[in-house]
Design a protein. Sequence first.
Length: 269
Amino acid sequence: MSSPRPGPSLADRPAGQAVIAETLRIQDERPPRSRWARFVGTDPLSDRSRPWFRGAEGEMAVGQILGRLGPEWTVLHAVPVGAGTSDIDHVVIGPAGVFTLNTKNHTGKAVWLGARAILVGGHRQHYLSHSRHEAARAAKRLSAAVGEPVPVTPVLVLIAPKSLTVKQRPVDVAVVTDRQVLRWLQRRRPVLAPAQVDRIRAAALRPDTWHDHPALPEDPAVLQERFEQLRSTVRGARVRRDLWKLAGVAAALAAFLGSGPVEAVLDSF
């Protein structure tokens, strides 16, 4: 008699899978751009899909970084948890313990961090409380599945902030940038024995550990292919906008200096 086929594993989920799916779902609601809009490089993203798009790019970037951890680490992405559509961006398991990573893409934004608050561009965010909540949910689920307490450390990962001003670090949430997260994890001291790591890893890979009603997995290859097509379209539109800006500057310069000197300069190249 043949052995039963293994069930689905969360190890197969790519970074940002849930956010990518939501980005594409929202983007599909937007009417196609007109020929003129494509010509001038109008942003193909809608106002609703743009934050999801940036979030997906952030999770994918952190996923690539976490991929450089050694074989003693297990990294799960976009882990569905609870009974609804919530997910945890990344769950990392290794000799140094278990960590939930909550990623926030605030490229080019100024971030201020205090013991109980975090501000992005001067606006208070609830990232610290959300990170604590995710870690608590993960600890409860993993502890029940393993049959022993599994402490989980919440980590908030900020993607490419313009600056990070630290007045005082929270005592219960680690806050790092995408450039710091790999080294931060690698420098943690071992706290779990190999047998503990194996038990936690085995439980964490099962979808029913995390979600009350695990859904059939979406095809990650299809989602990633569609998202890469969208990214290519977004980049192409950005290039077109930049070219139009350069053309405008060149036209203004020509009008100011006169076409003769400008043509002489161009002919010299």
